[in-house]
Design a protein around this ligand. Sequence first.
Ligand SMILES: [Zn+2]
Length: 142
Amino acid sequence: MDDKDDVQDVEIMPTDIVFDCPNCNHNLVVDYRAAGLQVPCSQCGTIIQVPIPDGMHLEDLDCDPGELLQQLLQTRRMLVKAELAAQQLGEKIVEMTQQVAEYRKTLHSVKARMETMQEAADLADTARKDIITLIDAAGSAK
Ligand SMILES: [Zn+2]
């Protein structure tokens, strides 16, 4: 089988479990401690169960319980950290949304003020023209 080519660049330990993904047939190599666990295929992402090698019993997994506990605690710490980060991101988004609303309000009031100023300028211009007309009229009436 040429399937073996797939794993040639991966260092296979004697304790590794080598098997094919039932979905995409990709050759997979996992640590023996993953026997019986559900893992995503590195090729197609399908959740597959790692086969338990013949003659191996799950009780045989000579994994230090302390090591397992530490991994669990570390995973939990990472989860807490991730949740915290997600929460902070959520708060940041709320804050930014409020800022955007604030900027928009400011923009509106600046625009309104500019329109008022333009109206005032127009009024002043009209008044100036009126005064010139009055002065001209007064001058020609002499
Ligand atoms: Zn696969």
